[in-house]
Design a protein around this ligand. Structure first.
Ligand SMILES: Nc1ncnc2c1ncn2[C@@H]1O[C@H](COP(=O)(O)OP(=O)(O)OP(=O)(O)O)[C@@H](O)[C@H]1O
Ligand code: NI
Length: 267
């Protein structure tokens, strides 16, 4: 897919709704929203608010049997992006992104071989290059390793390398840092920031952390109970949140930043 002009409407949601198979109520919607080409959007909300459902609907990665209502158009491209080629997706748990019985080399090279038509040898070289780009040490050795042989933070770097292997124009990262400790979190966020900026990719970053959202995104969409309750520039939402959901997420973050009482901090 040729990357559309920056700022053009990339994805247009109109009365978009999702109902999972057998569910009594829709998990999402109706949602009206536009995503601009090249923008950096954070989708935030509390657990169960529908963030992943929205992200998966955009990616075309909803589970079988999920029913979509309303419309989801791709005006600039004229067709939906192909996951893996036009759109990369990184999950919260690298176990969902990575296959435990394939080597890291095999899975990072797979996207390049499949979508770019590279030979096995060229795809392997490309995979080693990608591992370097996500700042993993000793790519030559890592190519032959299995996911369980590296740390959680390293696995997330591998998942990011695999997601961008075919050079997609869009990257969706769904809670990719929530299983990691704070310093590793910051490094992964910095990596996503640099990679997507360098490549002019559209970034959709799902999180329940307002500070991470504001750090990475230009615009924030706030979800609550399956609906979009507020959307706007990151700075505006941080300084003047309107919805109770956005206020709650901000307060939650201030609480986290409060230093623990001396008694609690003692070992
Ligand atoms: N595969 C599924 N089948 C049925 N219901 C689902 C499925 N996935 C999610 N749901 C339901 O849809 C609603 C929205 O869930 P979703 O995972 O989108 O929320 P979320 O904001 O991503 O939450 P979290 O922060 O916990 O990841 C919830 O009520 C959830 O139970
Ligand atoms: Ni989720």
């Amino acid at each position: 897919m040729t990357p559309p002009r920056t700022g053009a409407s990339l994805c247009r949601l109109r009365a978009l709704g999702v109902r999972y198979a057998g569910a009594a109520h829709p998990a999402l919607g109706p949602i009206d929203f536009d995503i601009a080409a090249g923008e950096r959007l954070a989708i935030i909300g509390e657990s169960g608010s529908g963030k992943s459902t929205l992200a998966r609907a955009i990616a075309g990665l909803l589970p079988a049997g999920a029913e979509l209502t309303g419309t989801l158009d791709w005006p600039a491209a004229g067709r939906r992006p192909t996951p893996g080629r036009d759109l990369g997706y990184v999950f919260q748990d690298p176990g969902q992104s990575l296959n435990p019985v394939l080597t890291i080399g095999e899975q990072v090279a797979e996207g390049a071989r499949h979508h770019l038509g590279l030979s096995g040898r060229a795809a392997r070289a490309h995979a080693a290059d990608l591992l370097t780009q996500v700042h993993l040490p000793d790519p030559g050795r890592l190519l032959a390793a299995y996911p369980h042989q590296i740390s959680g933070g390293q696995r997330q770097r591998v998942a990011i390398a695999a997601a961008i292997a075919a050079g997609p124009a869009i990257l969706i990262a769904d809670e990719v840092t929530s299983a990691l400790d704070t310093t590793v979190q910051a490094a992964i966020v910095a990596l996503l920031d640099a990679l997507t900026r360098d490549r002019g990719m559209t970034l959709i970053f799902v999180t329940h952390d307002m500070a991470l959202a504001a750090q990475l995104a230009g615009r924030i969409a706030v979800m609550g109970a399956g609906r979009l309750v507020e959307a706007g520039r990151a700075g505006d939402i941080l300084q003047r949140p309107i919805s109770t959901e956005a206020r709650r997420l901000l307060n939650a973050h201030i609480d986290l930043d409060t230093p623990p009482l001396i008694g609690e901090a003692a070992p």
